[in-house]
Design a protein around this ligand. Sequence first.
Ligand code: PLP
Ligand code: COI
Length: 354
Amino acid sequence: MKIAVTRVDTPGTRPEDKNLGFGTVFTDHMFVMEYAVEKGWHDPRIEPFAEFALSPAAMVYHYGQAIFEGLKAYKTPDKKIQLFRPRDNFARLNQSARGLCIPEIDVDFVMDALKQLLKLEKDWIPETLGTSLYIRPFIIATDPFLGVRSSFTFKFFIILSSVGAYYAGGLAPVKIWVSRDHVRAVPGGVGEFKTAGNYAASLNAGEIAKKQGYAQVLWLDALERKYIEEVGAMNIFFLVGDELVTPNLTGSILPGITRFSVIDLAKKWGMQVSERKISIDEVFDAHAKGNLIEVFGSGTAAVISPVGEICYGEKKIHIGDTKPGKTAMKFYDALTSIQYGTAKDTENWIEKVD
Ligand code: PLP
Ligand code: COI
């Protein structure tokens, strides 16, 4: 399929790197294509980033048939563009598509489209460590229909956003709040897919956390409300003594690409790493015994985010001092130096764009 390109008349300008937050600055162009049962995915194009019209009856507005991905493009010191494990993101988009009855995309075709879009938007990719171009592919259901079924038509987009740190404090340890009363995802549900409804389901608890000064919610399993699952926008790791523990993938946790990368690096470095059940009580007990060395989150937006405080009911624990822990920083440095091209890509995670 040929990709038609329509350029903006007047390109915008990227803010200075130091003024970049997360998810507010959008580039000049986006990639779009449509799906219809009789045509498959069709009419791929790059066009100016702009509002678009949908029927108020479009199914995505009513029943949330929507999936998305998040990945980043980085500028290397020699001004080249590169991506971190992008095919894993598109493979996960297809897993989410299967979970939500959405037609899959052709990964090779979409990779080519993304590279073409990135070359056009290269001036929007910031250069300093901690900044990047966040890539948001997503698919929405567009049939104008109020009955409940899977849509017959869809739209696929890739939009781009120049970003800095996800958390306003950058690498400063974040505070997280454990909800006893809310659950994010249930076994047999859609927690392992990157679908809009999972995030909608997290908002109420997120607001309660925020009111008390916490950045995000740490979710427990829905059945026993005992075992740790993940944080709102990242997976979670605990360094308990010498063991690096992260919850195993139960079906209600997002299989994070950064999570897999941390596990791979930890194994390579000879660390004892376990994907297993870990209860909130075990974490608090380990802390009481002086055995909880570090806690950190992992994600594309969050990169590696040290956690400095966990609140669970009446109990609060503080982890480390107010600085990021040594292990979190070791993962942060190893990942970012591969992502920004300042270290050798020993794991074959990088895909070059130009
Ligand atoms: N968990 C949730 C709920 C997320 O939204 C994300 C972000 O994508 C992650 C975990 C981390 O996944 P990844 O490392 O693939 O970005
Ligand atoms: C990501 O890290 O890419 C995410 O999707 C997290 C979030 C912004 C929802």
